[in-house]
Each structure stands twice: as structure tokens, then as C-alpha cells.
Design a protein around this ligand. Structure first.
Ligand code: SF4
Length: 723
């Protein structure tokens, strides 16, 4: 029998997913997991039928194999590409450095060919060799960079980047350890709009971004991030290779990542930098007009109060119109590419056009955002003053900046993702309040309630329902239309085809009621606005002492985390670390290595800590993590839902809090032998009307409100761990 490598590939049938999964699990040395098998079958069905799939799979299910194996099968069988998108670098690295190489090795004999995979990011993530060679335009946009100290720090980082350029083989920013500031990176990278294009660039044949794109174009599996998915959807040019299936892992982050990419920013210094870039390329008067309008904007933004803008002040309207018109005049004067431009001249023209275009488009977009009635708006505008209230001696690091963001991204996702390819969305947390619908609505998917009801079993049984969407509505989540052709809530999908999706809860290998306790400190007062009350600090101390340290403190703000750390340090018998005292990864490493050490922090710890074993037996959350009342996007979303007759608080604030609570609680059990307590100090979890929705978003731990019971349990766990 010939070895598989000698077979004619066209003669070789690719085995089914079950066979491939068994081979993969055997080769990797794992055990068969029912949740993993169910998920792999569901992904295979979704790919075959074209129905989108939302699949929740808890920690330890083996989720990545469950989607990679059917994705590989499809890509190899059809000789096509499947895109896998993640939110975090950690997961990207796990897929590219660990899972895919092992799968390629394990499946080669069955596939009869080499599996090709690649990682692809946005152009700004790769070192631009042309810019390294020619230097960046001499126009730092950030006012703070005029500080001599910052400039010399910047110089040192750029020098390091130039040295790194000599040795890197990928130019990938994430491989640079330790990293550099955004300002430094900007000196050696370009946006897609600034790039000269491989044909005209002297470095085109050795360009890192071009090489990564070429490799991705040949790959069966392309791993990317949600930001590039968003850019692919938003830009006119295609950045990802042709693909008919996309797997979105860490899908609970999708809406935030897409919103962030689709958010425009406008500030005086950015306008002045754009004018400087035009300076030598257009007549003085044209660039001066842009400079003056940008200076006018800078002065005005200093005077306006920070926060969401529902009404466009006349002064701002006039200033934005002046910026828009001056930018337009600059663009006309700059013209397109010139045949007689040398590469340096072309790069300067591209850089100028790119920053003026961005300025112009954002000014237009901001003005247009105010045109519809408030209830019908699809975009929200706010003024951000990061250092408002700082002491007079504090040099502002960022200037006052106007932002414009889509209120919902459901319309955009529908038109660019769900209507054009099959999507599998997966995460450990996709059900909130026991349902997939809150997140699905934000993605722009139709409600399951209007489904055919086929296969409608409960989530706990592991199978799901099918939704049919002749005319989807997303009023519940407030997803509105997007500026660039996204369809508004309630519009038909456009081609008459109903949009169908299914969901699956692949379950969890953990026995939550036996392994964990949910303790709600019902006896405590409600959290207030003036920091942590003394009763909270006493409660935290008692819980940590009972647990013998081993505590992850998840606070709703950095201020609360610091207050708790400052007041408890010295009173506790155990070491206490606080986020911000060192890099987060080093703090988490110490926390994992030193069993009795505690770690306090905020948002990134809610989602990013993976510490199995006795170093983490208690997770404390100080309050229900609702968005801040002055959060412009959340408050605008809430209002949009209410305007459509929905419950804005439940659809936006409670959904946001439920997701974070579930993510935070998910830090506790990371292996099947883990045991511990999730302690929520905020009594509203059991006293408020929305408490039931939030509680049902958490893993099904055994629940108590009795502090003596929970302290006893923590002491027993500590004794066992110390034995
Ligand atoms: S092709 Fe674009 S990204 Fe690549 S080196 Fe040239 S200018 Fe830089």
C-alpha cells in the first residue's frame, strides 16, 4: 500500500469528522469528551447546511478541537479557506503554536496532504520595512510627545525597533517582547491607506504584511482577530482571503471589538498633524486653512463639557463644518497618485491623504450623526477628556477628543457576516439568563422565539433550537443600522432568504453544584458611590482569612481595587498584589506560583486569569458590574432600545453585567479537581428584581447567603489544600 503522501489527492476521500476527531484526540493523548463530540457534530452540520451556529462550551470541553476538526475537514475537502477569529492574542497563539501544529501532524495520514495554516492581522500590526528605511513623517500627533522626556523615551524605543527589524522574520508586533508604546510603533508601521502598495513599494517583495497575506491566501485555516474581521467588513478593500465559513471564538467579545474598530475620533492635534503632513505638498493657504480650523476645534473642545452629546452645539457644528471643508480642499489639492512621485514622495502623499481623509470622513460622520431624531439615530457622539479634573501640574497625555460610534453593530454583522457566509460563534459564555438570545440579538440574529421549534430541547440537554428570520427585529438589543449599508433593526435580510441559526450548549466537564459555592453577602448595604464601605472591607478580610489567601479580587473599578489593597495590606496575614503594580502577566504569574498570595484588580482580570489549583479558591466581586451611567455607548444603546418599546436596562446594562459576572465567576474552576467559592458582596444579586436574570447567568453553583457557612467551607478547603 502506498504511503499517504504518494496517493493521488483527488482519489482520497476525506474521512468524516467523527473519524478525524477520534484520531486527533488519540494522537494528542486526550480522552473522548461527549461535549466535544456534540459540538464537532453541530459545527459540521452548520457548515453543511449553511445555518449559523452559536455554541457555548465551558472550560475543559475541548472547544478548539471541536471546531478546528470540522473546519479542517471542510477546508481540505473543498480546497478552500476557513477563517478562525479570536479576541485575544493568548488564544491566537494557542491555536497557531499548539493546536494547529498538533492537528496537522495527527491528521496528515488521514487527510493525505499537508494542512496549511497561517495567522493574519491588520497591516498596522506588521513592521513596515519602507517606513523603517525612510523614517516616519516628522509630525507626532500627540501633544504629550513634545515633552523632551517622552521624546527621548520614544527615541530609545524606535532605536530598539530598528534593531529588531534586522532580526525579525515576521515583523509581527506581538512577537516583540517587551512591547513598545503606540507612538513608537506608529513610527515603523503604516495603515492600509498609507501603504504604497506592493507593486510600487521598493520593499514590496520582502514586506512582512504582504508575505503574511500571501501565506494566508494559500492556507486552509487562517487565524485572525475580531478587529481584522471588522476591518474586512468596514473597508472597501478585501483583507481576508476568500472564505465561506468563519469561526468566531471568544464571541462574547465580538460586539465590543467591532464597535471599537468602527469608532471614529477627532481632535485638534490630529487635525494639526494632518495639516503639517499636507504642508509641503499643497499651497500654503490650503494647508493653513486646515491648520486654523483644527486649532479652532482644539480650543472649542477644551471649553465643552465631557460626555455624550445629544444636541449639536452651534459652535461645534460650525467648527466641524469648517474642518470638513478645509479637509476637502486639501484632498482636492493633494490629488491622487502622481506618476513622477518617487517612493518617498508617494509615501508622503499617501500619509497626508490618509490623515486628511480620516479627518474629513469623521467630521462628516459626526455632523450626520445628529441629523435624525434622537430615537432614530444609529450613531452616538461624545467628548472624551481623559484627564479632566487632573491637577493643573499634570500634563495631559491625550487631548480632548470627539468620538462617534455605531449604537448597534447588528446591522453591520448581518450584512457583512451572516448574509455572506456561514458563521459559528463560540465561547464559554454565550447564554445569559439561561438564553442565547441576549447576545444573538446584539449580533443581529433573529429571535429563537420565532423559530420553527425544530429540535427544541433545553440547553442542559445539549441541543438547541432553530430560528427562522423572515424579517428579523433586534429592538431588544438595540442594534441599529450602521452607517455603511448595514440594515436597520427589523429590516428583511434583503434577498428573501430566511436567516437561520441554531444553538448548542456543549455543557461543562465540571460538577458545579459540588465543586463551587455562590455566596451573596445579603446582609451588606448596597454599594454606594463613595468607595467601598467599611462593612465591605471587613467582609473581604474575613473571607480571605478563612480561605488562607488564595483570593482573586475582581473590582468594578481600579479605584475600588486600589482602595481595598491600600486599606487591607498590613491587616491581612497574606501577601496582596494589586493590578498596576507590575505588568498584569507578571502579577498573575506570581499569584499562580505563590499559593497564599491574593491578587486584586479590575476588568482585564475578570476575563483573562486562568489559574487552576489551590492558588485560587476564592473569587470576590465587589459589585454587580453594570456599565457606568455616563458610558456614552451603553447609555445610547439603552435609550435606543427603550425608544423601540424594549427594556433598555435589561437589554443593555443587565446583559453587560451578566456577561462580566459569568466571566468573573468562570475564573474559579479551571480544572475538574478545582473547588472554591465565588463571593458577590453586592446584595442586589438576590434582592433586586433583575437579580434572577443575573444569577441564572452564573454557573449552577450551590448557593448560600450565610457568611458562617461560607467561611467554614473556605477553612475546610484551605486545610485540604495545605495538607
Ligand atoms: S508594501 Fe506597504 S507595508 Fe509593505 S513595506 Fe511597502 S509601504 Fe510598508
Amino acid at each position: 500500500m502506498p504511503s499517504p503522501d504518494l496517493l493521488n489527492h483527488s482519489d482520497l476521500r476525506v474521512p468524516d469528522t467523527a473519524t478525524l476527531l477520534t484520531a486527533a484526540v488519540e494522537a494528542i493523548g486526550g480522552a473522548e469528551r461527549p461535549g466535544q463530540q456534540r459540538m464537532a457534530e453541530a459545527v459540521e452540520r452548520a457548515i453543511a447546511s449553511g445555518e449559523h451556529l452559536a455554541a457555548q462550551a465551558g472550560t475543559g470541553t475541548g472547544k478548539s478541537l471541536a471546531y478546528l476538526v470540522p473546519a479542517i475537514r471542510h477546508a481540505v475537502d473543498k480546497d478552500t479557506t476557513v477563517v478562525v477569529s479570536t479576541a485575544t492574542i493568548a488564544l491566537q497563539r494557542q491555536l497557531v503554536d499548539r493546536d494547529l501544529p498538533r492537528l496537522a501532524e495527527a491528521l496528515r495520514p488521514l487527510l493525505g496532504r499537508e494542512l496549511k495554516f497561517a495567522i493574519l492581522k491588520g497591516r498596522r500590526n506588521y513592521l513596515c520595512l519602507h517606513r523603517v528605511q525612510t523614517g516616519a513623517p516628522d509630525d507626532p500627533e500627540d501633544a504629550g510627545l513634545f515633552d523632551p522626556q517622552q521624546l527621548s523615551a520614544l527615541g530609545r524605543q524606535v532605536k530598539r525597533l530598528n534593531e529588531w527589524a534586522e532580526e525579525t522574520t515576521t515583523g509581527d508586533r506581538d512577537e516583540l517582547v517587551p512591547g513598545v508604546s503606540e507612538q513608537a510603533w506608529r513610527q515603523v508601521s503604516v495603515t492600509a491607506r498609507e501603504c504604497l502598495g506592493a507593486q510600487r513599494c521598493p520593499q514590496g517583495t520582502s514586506c512582512f504584511a504582504e508575505l503574511a497575506r500571501a501565506e494566508a491566501g494559500e492556507a486552509h485555516i487562517v487565524v485572525t482577530n475580531h478587529a481584522l474581521l471588522a476591518i474586512d467588513a468596514l473597508e472597501e478593500f478585501q483583507v481576508l482571503p476568500e472564505h465561506d465559513v468563519v469561526i468566531v471564538d471568544e464571541a462574547h467579545e465580538l460586539v465590543d471589538r467591532i464597535t471599537s474598530v468602527a469608532t471614529g475620533a477627532l481632535s485638534g492635534p490630529a487635525g494639526e498633524a494632518a495639516a503639517r503632513r499636507c504642508g509641503r505638498l499643497v499651497e500654503d493657504g490650503v494647508a493653513d486653512r486646515l491648520k486654523e480650523s483644527a486649532e479652532g476645534l482644539a480650543v472649542l473642545l477644551e471649553d465643552l463639557p465631557a460626555g455624550r452629546l445629544d444636541v449639536l452645539p452651534m459652535s461645534l457644528g460650525n467648527t466641524l463644518a469648517a474642518v470638513r471643508d478645509a479637509a476637502h480642499a486639501c484632498l482636492t489639492a493633494l490629488g491622487g497618485e502622481r506618476k513622477d512621485d518617487d517612493p518617498a514622495g508617494m509615501a508622503a502623499r499617501k500619509a497626508a491623504r490618509s490623515s486628511v481623509e480620516e479627518l474629513h470622513d469623521t467630521a462628516v460622520r459626526t455632523l450626520e450623526a445628529f441629523e435624525p431624531e434622537i430615537a432614530a439615530r444609529s450613531e452616538v457622539v461624545w467628548l472624551d477628556k481623559p484627564f479632566a479634573g487632573a491637577a493643573a501640574t499634570d500634563r495631559p497625555q491625550r487631548p480632548p477628543t470627539l468620538h462617534v460610534a455605531p449604537i448597534g453593530v447588528g446591522g453591520l454583522l448581518r450584512s457583512t457576516l451572516f448574509e455572506t457566509r456561514t458563521a459559528v460563534l463560540t465561547s464559554a459564555t454565550l447564554t445569559l439568563g439561561g438564553s442565547f438570545e441576549p447576545l444573538a440579538r446584539q449580533w443581529g440574529l433573529p429571535p429563537l422565539g420565532e423559530s420553527t421549534g425544530r429540535d427544541a430541547r433545553t440547553a442542559a440537554e445539549g441541543l438547541a433550537k432553530t430560528a427562522q428570520d423572515p424579517a428579523s427585529r433586534d429592538a431588544g438589543a438595540g442594534s441599529g443600522s450602521h452607517r455603511d449599508g448595514g440594515k436597520a433593526a427589523g429590516e428583511d435580510t434583503g434577498d428573501g432568504e430566511p436567516m437561520r441559526w441554531t444553538c448548542l450548549d456543549a455543557g461543562s466537564p465540571f460538577d458545579h453544584p459540588r465543586a463551587g459555592i455562590l455566596y451573596v453577602a445579603r446582609h451588606l448595604p448596597q454599594p454606594g458611590r463613595d468607595g467601598l464601605p467599611d462593612a465591605y472591607l471587613t467582609e473581604i478580610t474575613e473571607l480571605i482569612e478563612a480561605a488562607g489567601g488564595r483570593t482573586l479580587g475582581l473590582f468594578s473599578s481600579m479605584r475600588a481595587a486600589r482602595q481595598a489593597a491600600d486599606e487591607l495590606r498590613g491587616h491581612l496575614s497574606h501577601p496582596l498584589l494589586c493590578q498596576g503594580e507590575d505588568s498584569t502577566s507578571l502579577l498573575v504569574k506570581r499569584f499562580a506560583e505563590e499559593e497564599r498570595t491574593c491578587l486584586f484588580g479590575t476588568l482585564s482580570l475578570w476575563q483573562g486569569v486562568d489559574v487552576p489549583g489551590p492558588s485560587l479558591q476564592l473569587v470576590i466581586m465587589d459589585r454587580i458590574p453594570f456599565p457606568r451611567p455616563d458610558d456614552p455607548v451603553a447609555s445610547a444603546r439603552q435609550r435606543a432600545v427603550a425608544a423601540r418599546g424594549g427594556n433598555g436596562f435589561m437589554a443593555v446594562a443587565a446583559t453587560h453585567a451578566a456577561l462580566l459576572l459569568a466571566q468573573g465567576a468562570g475564573r474559579l474552576l479551571r480544572s475538574v479537581t478545582d473547588r472554591g467559592v465565588v463571593a458577590v458582596l453586592d446584595p442586589r444579586l438576590v434582592t433586586a428584581r433583575y437579580g434572577g436574570f443575573l444569577k441564572s447567568s452564573l454557573p449552577p453553583f450551590w448557593a448560600t447567603t450565610d457568611p458562617a457557612v461560607v467561611r467554614g467551607a473556605l477553612q475546610r478547603l484551605d486545610t485540604t489544600a495545605s495538607a
